[in-house]
Design a protein around this ligand. Sequence first.
Ligand SMILES: Cc1cc2nc3c(=O)[nH]c(=O)nc-3n(C[C@H](O)[C@H](O)[C@H](O)COP(=O)(O)O)c2cc1C
Length: 184
Amino acid sequence: MNQAALHMLLNRSSCGLLQVPAPSGEVLEHILQAGLRAPDHGHLQPFEFLIAEGDGLSRLGDLLADAAEKDGLPADTITRAKQMPQRAPMVITVVAKIQKHEKVPALEQELAAGCAVMAMQMAAQVQGFGGIWRSGPLMFSRALHASLELSELDQIVGFLYLGTPATSLREPALVESKKFTRWL
Ligand SMILES: Cc1cc2nc3c(=O)[nH]c(=O)nc-3n(C[C@H](O)[C@H](O)[C@H](O)COP(=O)(O)O)c2cc1C
């Protein structure tokens, strides 16, 4: 049995307090490759990873604030949106690039992209980095989609914040599986 892999699966943990350095080079490539190994019906590869770091974080913040304004969100939300990406040294916006397909509905393609987010977070963790999957109403903003040059069917499934943990990772509490299980 591969104890290290099992330990990772049982102890995956998010980290929202992130500092420099961001993953780079081979580490970042492993993270992207882990995302690309997500289960994917029909091998459609419905993924796009929009990576923001350094000035890119400010650009992403400007796009979020601009979209919030266009969507008529309150002034404090617009101000917060601009600062959101500054909470980590790297933010990867994960997009489900939806293709019209007779056997693979959009939901399945979005699930594949969601699996990619989790795989990428775990790949960051096993390499000594940390991350957290964040979302929010702007994921669904047509204004944001347009500024990121997404197609009409595309859907943002998450903003993966990545960096070096500024705190030790929380050890997850054991949850009783029986509560969530029914045998048929
Ligand atoms: C689709 C999705 C969206 C999420 N959005 C947010 C979010 O916007 N903000 C947040 O703090 N946590 C969000 N979370 C939860 C965190 O990623 C994380 O799972 C949570 O903080 C619990 O930590 P844990 O993963 O270590 O159990 C989201 C999770 C998922 C699956």
